[in-house]
Design a protein around this ligand. Structure first.
Ligand code: NAD
Ligand code: UDP
Length: 337
């Protein structure tokens, strides 16, 4: 670890990053599991642009080659088709563990595999980090709070998760991954970073991903009715992808903070408000149709980002209106609209 590079490759972390990056780590070799997915591909691009060497590991369950196609010609970018459930070995300085389907229809498609991906994926990343002394980052989730009774949710809130419901494979898998991260930290002194991601959207989401932002935009663009689950009064807080990735890098390069740290946009909206916004922006004749609320669907969700603000100097810069304005053209182009 700690490979030095020529000055043209010097690490250029966020200029106002509070915990300055270690100056000896100019150019790092970074493993990103789930790197061909929505968030992973944005992270690969960001870190390549900063002059790092990237190993992107993905089994292409929900990831796509198209997401990383523009990076394939870059000599600093390597793609490995592999499943995080099976052990892997790379000489790396940093590991970002993002491999896991994130959308409810995808993670419920094969729930046992989802739990294995979170738990065995974490064990394999931690084992590698221990062996090569890499710093390791876990993409955790606001789902660890379940259907929260505390609102907004600070990191100290322990959550209200159903251990046997249809979302449990994801929620409990992610909770167990957090446990493993902190046990490796306590027992083996690993440098860990744990982020709790709140609903994030933006270009490169799959059009059939099943999450609400992509569903509503795709439906509106196709002139289909928008599928509101339940009465649409449940809330979520939506973060634009670029803001989230900035938070990731700040946390990873913080000299000491392990987290967990909430990263998300505190702007909270009901699904009805989101549907209205999308309809107003896309236009057309779509109406709202109401469908049963899926089991264990949380009623409300909003991050308390006090910790990210004070320790990382991070807060979101793109509000929902602007984020939708940046995301709708991506889906329009994809659908040829
Ligand atoms: P995504 O589905 O687009 O990306 C997940 C990636 O992991 C895909 O490329 C997929 O092919 C890969 N993958 C899945 N199982 C794998 C396995 N067993 N081995 C190797 N690769 C595997 O989802 P995303 O939105 O980019 O989410 C990335 C990470 O962030 C996930 O861990 C997710 O749980 C977490 N997260 C995302 C959000 C969000 O709103 N986007 C919110 C909370 C947490
Ligand atoms: N949702 C909806 N219509 C859809 C997809 C989702 O009303 O077509 C609702 C869903 O029931 C949930 C919210 O939107 O209350 C966010 O769902 P998503 O799957 O995007 O994220 P998560 O539930 O994991 O936060």
């Amino acid at each position: 670890p700690g490979r030095k590079a020529g000055p043209e490759l010097a690490y250029r972390g966020p200029a106002d990053h509070k915990g300055a990056t270690d100056p000896t780590l100019l150019r790092m070799r970074i493993l990103i599991t789930g790197g061909a997915g929505f968030l992973g591909s944005h992270l690969c691009e960001r870190l390549l642009n900063e002059g790092h060497e990237i190993i992107c590991l993905d089994n292409f369950f929900t990831g796509r080659k198209a997401n990383i196609a523009p990076l394939l010609g870059n000599p600093s970018f390597e793609l490995v088709r592999h499943d995080v459930i099976d052990p892997f070995k790379f000489e790396v300085d940093r590991i970002y563990n993002l491999a896991c389907p994130a959308s409810p229809p995808h993670y419920q498609y094969n729930p046992i595999k989802t739990t294995k991906t979170s738990v065995m994926g974490a064990i394999n990343c931690l084992g590698l980090a221990k062996r090569v002394k890499a710093r390791v980052f876990q993409a955790s989730t606001s789902e660890v709070y379940g259907d929260p009774e505390v609102h907004p949710q600070p990191e100290s809130y322990r959550g209200c998760v159903n251990p046997i419901g249809i979302r449990s494979c994801y929620d409990e898998g992610k909770r167990c991954a957090e446990t493993l991260f902190f046990d490796y930290h306590r027992e083996h002194h690993l440098e860990i970073r744990v982020v709790r991601i709140f609903n994030t959207y933006g270009p490169r989401m799959l059009p059939d991903d099943g999450r609400v932002v992509s569903n509503f935009i795709v439906q509106a663009l196709k002139g289909e009715d928008l599928t509101v689950y339940g009465d649409g009064t449940q809330t979520r807080s939506f973060c634009y992808v670029d803001d989230l990735i900035e938070g990731f890098v700040r946390l990873m390069e913080h000299p000491t903070l392990t987290g967990p740290v909430n990263i998300g946009n505190p702007g909270e909206f009901t699904m009805l408000e989101l549907a209205e916004k999308v309809l107003q922006k896309v236009g057309g004749k779509s109406k709202l149709t109401f469908h049963p609320l899926p089991g264990d669907d949380p009623l409300q969700r909003q991050p308390d980002i006090t910790l990210a603000k004070s320790e990382l100097g991070w807060q979101p810069t793109v509000d929902l209106d602007e984020g939708l304005d940046r995301t709708i053209p991506y889906f329009a182009q994809l659908l040829g609209k």
